[in-house]
Write a protein that binds this ligand. Structure first.
Ligand code: SAH
Length: 380
């Protein structure tokens, strides 16, 4: 039997405006099987209550692996000269979008490395092209850009943006991201929220130098950012990176972080990430779905470039045609007594909003921006 202590702590974390550091580190250190069951059961109940039983699908197109950055964990880092680089054309992207639509999925995620030569106008055209051809939400995940570029993409029809903070610990962030700045990353997150994007962030679990305290800081960062989406995934070492010989992130710690993210941010859409499906060569996504997650992102990047989006080794689903991935997710959901939800799956805060669709609105001047919603607090 779990001690009544853990239930009380979980209730307190759930109710808190900003959860207590000590409560979070206490739960992150839990190892007793009964207490772990209590944690996952609590998170699963919060998930059911806030976002329901349906598993939302997001079709992802990894349209370019070109990157200017040297993130120490990432296989796309520009120092990896073993990797052939590619960028899909607009028509190739639109063909992949068509496949997503035919699978009945209503969110398209466009992800890439951070490319110096990725023209903002080119991406604007791609977004507008998607909007003209179908009624699907467009999520971007293309890294740090200027507010003006974010605004142009929003006006072209982008609905959502994912930008993981990776770690909310500024010192650790600096060590892992040479030449980048924590301040610019939080500036981007703030601009995105103010511009009216449904905004997502997230972290990596198991980074060298990361502590329980810094994971607790990540959870407080998620709460303060009021993100619509939060992705928690394990670090997986890539041979062509400076972290090649480091151990992978721990599955149990990743599941605890997912459960706590659900309890801290009840309304967030939380993926059972591809990295969880790839860790140790086993697909552990059902365990993430049972610990608070409610989203899966099947891969629609076309062959032969799909293998070249090489963030980390052993990416699950890389061999399967997208239709088969979706069928496998259907079976996974059914085996858990849940189902796949083919809705757009917008941010919960936008549900039931009257009048115009707020997800379509965009602040068009700095004055509007100043009046807009502002997720202003990122300090731990
Ligand atoms: N350039 C974009 C997209 C980055 S790739 C951006 O900055 O947002 C998408 C995600 O892959 C990253 O946010 C990171 O969390 C994850 N990733 C990169 N390397 C990884 C690794 N070795 N193990 C697990 N996840 C990794």
């Amino acid at each position: 039997m779990a001690s009544p202590g853990i239930e009380r702590v979980l209730e307190r974390i759930h109710a808190a405006e900003l959860p207590d550091f000590a409560d979070l580190t206490f739960v992150l250190r839990v190892a007793d099987p009964a207490e772990l069951r209590a944690l996952f059961g609590f998170a699963d109940a919060v998930r059911r209550e806030s976002v329901g039983d349906g598993i939302l699908l997001r079709g992802i197109i990894e349209f370019s692996n070109v990157c200017r950055n040297t993130c120490r964990y990432c296989g796309l880092n520009r120092r990896n000269t073993h990797l052939a680089r590619y960028r899909l054309t607009r028509d190739q992207i639109l063909a992949a979008v068509q496949n997503i639509c035919e699978a009945g999925i209503k969110t398209v995620v466009l992800q890439s490395g951070e490319e110096d030569n990725l023209g903002a106008d080119w991406l604007t055209e791609v977004i507008a092209g998607i909007g003209r051809s179908l009624d699907a939400a467009v999520t971007l995940c293309v890294g740090e850009r200027s507010r003006e570029e974010y605004r142009a993409w929003k006006l072209a029809g982008a609905d959502r943006y994912l930008l993981k903070i990776e770690t909310s610990d500024p010192g650790l962030y600096r060590e892992l991201h040479p030449g980048m700045s924590f301040e610019n990353r939080t500036r981007c997150l703030q601009d995105l929220a103010v511009l009216g994007y449904q905004t997502g962030s997230g972290n990596l679990v198991g980074l060298v130098g990361q502590t329980i305290e810094s994971l607790a800081g990540d959870l407080r960062f998620f709460k303060q950012g009021r993100f619509d989406m939060v992705s928690v995934s394990p670090f997986i070492p890539h041979l062509q990176t400076p972290l090649a010989t480091e151990p992978a992130g721990d599955l149990m710690m990743t599941l605890k972080m997912i459960a706590l993210t659900r309890i801290v941010c009840p309304n967030a859409h939380i993926p059972a990430s591809t990295a969880i499906g790839s860790l140790h060569g086993r697909d552990e996504r059902p365990r993430a779905l049972a610990a608070g997650a409610n989203v899966i992102m099947p891969n629609f990047t076309p062959n032969p470039v799909r293998r070249l989006y090489d963030l980390y080794p052993g990416k699950t689903g890389c061999d399967l045609p997208p239709q088969q991935s979706v069928a496998a997710i259907e079976r996974m959901a059914a085996a858990m007594g849940r189902g796949v939800d083919y809705a757009r799956g917008d941010a919960v805060r936008l549900k039931g909003a009257s009048g115009c669709d707020p997800s379509r609105s965009v602040a068009s001047s700095d004055a509007d921006l100043a009046k807009g919603q502002c997720n202003s607090m990122y300090a731990n």
